[in-house]
Write a protein that binds this ligand. Structure first.
Ligand code: TRP
Length: 453
C-alpha cells in the first residue's frame, strides 16, 4: 500500500519533497496558521452573527463546535499535509495511491481556493480603501457616511482598483516563499494585528461607556435567542474561521517539521483564533453600545455602521481599525493563494515564481468579475462557504477516519493513548454527522427547518 510511505526526515534529495521550504520553527508555523485562520471571518462575521443569535449562548455553542468539529478537522488536515509533504491533490494520492478517487478532495480544495480568494480579495480591497477614507475622516450625516459604502461597491473602477492593490500585496508575499514570504509577513502582520486589537479593546472597555454592556452581551447567555439556525451557523462558522475544508491546513501542514506536535499546535491555533474573535467582539460592541445602537446591526456593521461612529470617535480609532481588517484579510488571502501555488509547484513542476504570478493573475481576473457584479460575488460566497468547504471537510474527515492506516495516524498524532482514541472516535462518528448537517443546512435542505423568506 502506498499508505506505508516513510515520513519525511531531513536530508535534501533533489526532486524529493524534502526540498520544500519549511517553517523555521513552531512559532513561525503557528503565526502563519493563525494568520490564515484570523481573517474577515473573525473581525467582521463573528461579531455580527453573535449579535444576531443572542450573544453568550451563541458563543458557548460556537466553542462546542470548535472542539467537536473544528479541532478534529484541523488535526486531520495537518496530519495529511505533514505526512505527505505535498499539496492537497498530491497528498491524497500519496496517502492512498496514485489516481485514487480521494484526490478529488484535493481538487475541490484547489478550486475552493480560487473561488474564495476571488471574492475575499474584493473585501480586502474595500478594507484598504477604508484605511484611506478614515485618514481623510468621515464627515456628514449618518446617511451620507453610510452611502459611501454603496458608492464604493457600485463603482467598478474603484472596486477593481482596490482589488488590484490587495491582490498585488497577496502575490508579493507569496512570491517570497514559505520562510521569506508567508512566515516573515505573518511575523509582522500578526503581532501588529494583536497590538491594534488589544488597543481597540482596551479603549472600548475602559474609555467608552459601552464596555460593561459588551462584556455582558458576549458572555451572558440569553438562551431564548438561540435558534436552531443559530446552532447551525455556529457550526458553519467554526469551519470557515479555522480555514478548514479546502486544504489550506494540509498545505501549511506540509511545511511542518517532523518534531512539531500536531495536536498541541492545533489546540493553540484554535484557541488564538477564538480569543481574537472575542477581542474583536469586545472592541466592536463596546463602541456600538456606547452609541446606543443595536448589536445585530447586520452585515453592513463594519463598512456602514462603524464609520458613522468613527466620525465621532476619530481617526485614532478608525485608522488602526481598518489596518487591522486589512492585515487580517491579507494573512488569510496568502494561505488561499498558497494552496493553488503549491499544487502547481508539486504536481505540475512549475517554479514558485511562475506559479504565483500566473495563478495569482488568474485569481485576480476572476476577482474582477466579483468586484464588478454583485451577483457573482454573492454566488461565489454562498457556493464556497455552504457547499465547497463542507464537502471538502466531510471528505477529509472520512479519509482520515476510515482510510488512512492506524499506524500512520498514530505516528503523525504522536501517541496512541486516550486522546488519540477520542480523536478517532469523534472523527468517525461525530464530526462527519455534524458537517453533513451543516452542509444540508447551508443548502437549505434540512427537513425540519423552515427556509421561507
Ligand atoms: N479563516 C479566514 C477567515 O476567518 C478565511 C479563510 C482563509 C479560509 N483561508 C481559508 C476559509 C481557507 C476557509 C478555507 O476569514
Amino acid at each position: 500500500m502506498a499508505n506505508d510511505i516513510a515520513p519525511y526526515s531531513g536530508p535534501s534529495i533533489p526532486g524529493s519533497p524534502s526540498r520544500r521550504g519549511h517553517w523555521t520553527g513552531r512559532f513561525g508555523f503557528i503565526l502563519a496558521a493563525v494568520g490564515s485562520a484570523v481573517g474577515l471571518g473573525n473581525i467582521w462575521k463573528f461579531p455580527y452573527i453573535t449579535g444576531v443569535y443572542g450573544g453568550g449562548a451563541f458563543v458557548l455553542v460556537y466553542l462546542g463546535c470548535v472542539v467537536l468539529v473544528g479541532l478534529p478537522l484541523m488535526i486531520s488536515e495537518l496530519m495529511i499535509g505533514r505526512r505527505a509533504q505535498l499539496n492537497p491533490v498530491g497528498a491524497f494520492q500519496k496517502l492512498h495511491y496514485q489516481g485514487s478517487p480521494w484526490q478529488m478532495t484535493g481538487w475541490l480544495g484547489v478550486a475552493s481556493g480560487f473561488v474564495i480568494l476571488s471574492f475575499y480579495s474584493v473585501v480586502g480591497g474595500w478594507a484598504i480603501a477604508y484605511i484611506f477614507k478614515s485618514m481623510v475622516g468621515f464627515t456628514g450625516t449618518a446617511g451620507e457616511i453610510q452611502s459611501q459604502f454603496g458608492d464604493l461597491v457600485g463603482s467598478t473602477i474603484a472596486s477593481v482598483g482596490w482589488h488590484t492593490i490587495f491582490m498585488a500585496l497577496t502575490i508579493g508575499i507569496v512570491l517570497g516563499g514559505i520562510k521569506n514570504g508567508i512566515e516573515r509577513w505573518a511575523k509582522i502582520l500578526m503581532p501588529a494585528l494583536l497590538f491594534i486589537l488589544i488597543g481597540l479593546m482596551v479603549h472600548g472597555l475602559f474609555n467608552t461607556d459601552g464596555g460593561s454592556q459588551a462584556v455582558a452581551f458576549l458572555f451572558n447567555p440569553d438562551w431564548s435567542k438561540l435558534t436552531a439556525d443559530g446552532i447551525l451557523s455556529a457550526l458553519g462558522h467554526a469551519f470557515f474561521t479555522l480555514s478548514l475544508g479546502m486544504g489550506a491546513m494540509i498545505t501549511y501542514g506540509s511545511y511542518m517539521r517532523r518534531d512539531a506536535k500536531i495536536g498541541r499546535d492545533a489546540v493553540t491555533i484554535s484557541i488564538l483564533d477564538t480569543v481574537i474573535a472575542l477581542l474583536a467582539g469586545l472592541a466592536i460592541f463596546s463602541l456600538v453600545f456606547s452609541y446606543g445602537l443595536e448589536a445585530g446591526a447586520g452585515p453592513g456593521l463594519i463598512f456602514e455602521t462603524l464609520p458613522v461612529l468613527f466620525a465621532d470617535a476619530g481617526r485614532l480609532i478608525s485608522v488602526p481599525f481598518f489596518f487591522l481588517l486589512t492585515f487580517a484579510a491579507l494573512s488569510s488571502s496568502i494561505s488561499l493563494l498558497e494552496v493553488v501555488v503549491s499544487y502547481f509547484v508539486d504536481q505540475r513542476g512549475w517554479g514558485r515564481t511562475k506559479a504565483t504570478w500566473v495563478q495569482g493573475f488568474l485569481m485576480y481576473l476572476v476577482g474582477i468579475t466579483c468586484a464588478t457584479w454583485g451577483s457573482v460575488f454573492d454566488t461565489f460566497d454562498y457556493f464556497s462557504t455552504n457547499f465547497m468547504l463542507p464537502v471538502g471537510g466531510l471528505l477529509t474527515c472520512l479519509f482520515v477516519a476510515w482510510v488512512v492506516k492506524n499506524s500512520v495516524r498514530i505516528e503523525e498524532f504522536g501517541s496512541s493513548g486516550l486522546l488519540y482514541k477520542a480523536l478517532i472516535f469523534v472523527l468517525r462518528y461525530v464530526t462527519p454527522i455534524a458537517v453533513l448537517i451543516t452542509l444540508l443546512h447551508g443548502l437549505e435542505l434540512l427537513p425540519f427547518m423552515s427556509y421561507e423568506e
